[in-house]
Design a binder for this molecule. Structure first.
Ligand SMILES: [Zn+2]
Length: 171
């Protein structure tokens, strides 16, 4: 299947080789005892904080995305780390004692799957922050689709992460 890395303006795997990216994550998963499917399910769990099959959930009051992070994350083109003020760890809205998830479906519009011939389109973004180590990951419908259907974890952009990192930081 032909892969169109530039179907997104931030690209999907930077300058990396597709087969190499998939092989390396698959090797890491074998070592960890993990799977692409488990990662996809976990991503869906975070996405479901804001979006369900019934649609977007009603806005719930809580701590907003810090403004600096909100504006720098979109199109960041690399992994995001952000130092959150201490109140982000203590105020209600924490998930599993260390995560916050925000609806980040803003201006980028719909995204096509980069594998030519695959007609999947996605548009919903959530931002997940691990407050223990300040790692911030944006998860899109297509991010999840790529993991679930194409065994591909994006790289070198704000959606990118390795299998090992995902297990360490978000499982
Ligand atoms: Zn696809």
């Amino acid at each position: 299947m032909t892969f169109n890395n530039t179907a997104s303006t931030v690209r999907f795997i930077g300058n990396r080789n597709l087969e190499e990216v998939i092989r390396k994550d698959a090797q890491e998963l074998q070592k960890i005892g993990g799977s692409f499917d488990a990662i996809a399910q976990r991503m869906k769990y975070f996405q479901a904080v804001h979006f369900t099959s019934a649609g977007e959930k009603e806005y719930e009051a809580g701590l907003p995305i810090p403004e600096e992070l909100f504006y720098s994350a979109n199109g960041a083109g690399q992994s995001i780390y952000f130092s959150f003020p201490p109140k982000y760890k203590t105020e209600p809205g924490i998930i599993e004692g260390k995560y916050r998830v925000w609806n980040y479906a803003i201006t980028n519009g719909l995204q096509d799957c980069p594998f030519l011939g695959c007609k999947t389109i996605g548009g919903l973004d959530v931002m997940v922050a691990n407050l223990n180590n300040n790692r911030v990951l944006i998860i899109n419908d297509i991010t999840i689709h790529l993991v679930e259907q194409h065994s591909l974890l994006e790289k070198d952009n704000e959606y990118g992460i390795s299998a090992t990192e995902f297990y360490e930081q978000f499982m």
